[in-house]
Ligand binder design. Sequence first.
Ligand code: GLA
Length: 515
Amino acid sequence: MSIKTKLPKSAYGVYLLSLLLIPVFSLSAADLSGNWVVRDSLPDGTVRRSYFDLKQEGAHITGHIRTTQAFYIISESTGGPDTFTLVGTWPDGDNQRKATYQISLVGDELHVSTRRRPDAPLIEMVAHRTTPGEGALPTRLPLPALHKVPYNGLAKTPPMGWNSWNKFASRVDDAAVRSAADALVSTGMKDAGFIYVNIDDTWEADRDAQGNIQTNKKFPDMKALADYVHGKGLKLGIYSSPGPNTCAGYEGSFGHEEQDAKTYAAWGIDYLKYDWCGARNLYKDSEMQPLYQKMGDALQATGRAIVYSLCQYGRADVWKWGPDVGGNLWRTTGDIRDSYDSMEKIGFSQNDLAPYAAPGHWNDPDMLEVGNGGMSTVEYQTHMTLWSILAAPLLAGNDLQNMSPEILAILTNREVIAIDQDRAGKQGARAIKSGDTEVWTRDLINGGRAVAIFNRGTSEAVASFHWSDVGFRNKIPAKARNVWLHQDVAVSGVDYSTTVPGHGVVLLVFSARKM
Ligand code: GLA
């Protein structure tokens, strides 16, 4: 027996409405709309935050995601009702970047997973609801009118020293910096010219109530550290960003340029690396010059001699305006890695920039990786040679307390350093490219010349060329110096031939005579 219930007409309406409401109701139970924050407490006492500002309509999510560096606009959302895959697009200057996030609501938490690169390990995070607007980007401040910041008289030769980033990254602390300073002295690197001890990113804490930048737990007393470094006859460098945050997500100098420059001067800082990262979500690459000028002015206003290093990865033709903002050096490329491929790609791409280097103003193809373990001794010799031909800053990036005699010998080869530090300040350039062989030359003061014969292939090769092709007008001078072998070598005739190891170099220096 079946009972058929005849519903009144109005009840059908309610029934149909409820059918429509069921999916809406179940979705609204898992509504991810709102503002979410991931708070990542670091051992140094700082908190790194990522924000998810989401708007869910049915199975579609829009909004944006702000991480330590990036500001992604959600351009795709798939999945649902419980787990969504979001693709964020970040218009970072001319390089549009994308990131993929998986998100799901678990209780009142937003569980998030992502990868930095498709082959990188999965990063899992938990976000909590926060007040609307907490993750909003700060408002842009007006840009100053352009003017020429006077030259500060520093870095007459490319800066030399050590920087914490390549080896220590966020593990740098007061003790590591003191050890590096000690090692510069005890290894003889200081005597060879390595003077600057530069703290890179991750020293910063938030600001105090007056807006003064604070150091985090890793750096209990920056003034005392500066005194220690100065006591060794060395100089101390520091790092910041024109943006609200640095590349590693720490506090930047945005809106506090004068205040920070004064703080650095009061601590006794001698060098500032100023890194674009956090500014790129507020300003366009074409607006870099006034922002770098702001800090250039601020540093000069302190009256302290502070080398000014611009780090913006060689964008916006920085070599054309770097000197005008008071810059002593400017990065010309993205970050170096400790591999031959990375070093080679950067080093051999610098040819066109030679005209922009001069005493006080240097192209910076990034810091040295010599001694970090990813290249062979021969490859590190190539690295050091190429950087010296390029008149590049020589900032060692290895663990100075634990380096082999071979690595120390590479870093402190006085004859190679003399090429880098040549007071004429003329950056070298490529004279010959033939297959895997490249010959680069650099004119030295008083008519001397360095000739570097590189073999970019993997196996030993014989390189042969005419002296006239590397700028020698007449017959070649009789005597050259092979600076890696520390030997005088006799050269004669119109041609030259030498054996060069795979990924290696033969570096000759000719003195002034008979050119
Ligand atoms: C950028 C710079 C690096 C280093 C890191 C620190 O990637 O190019 O040299 O300073 O930031 O976060």
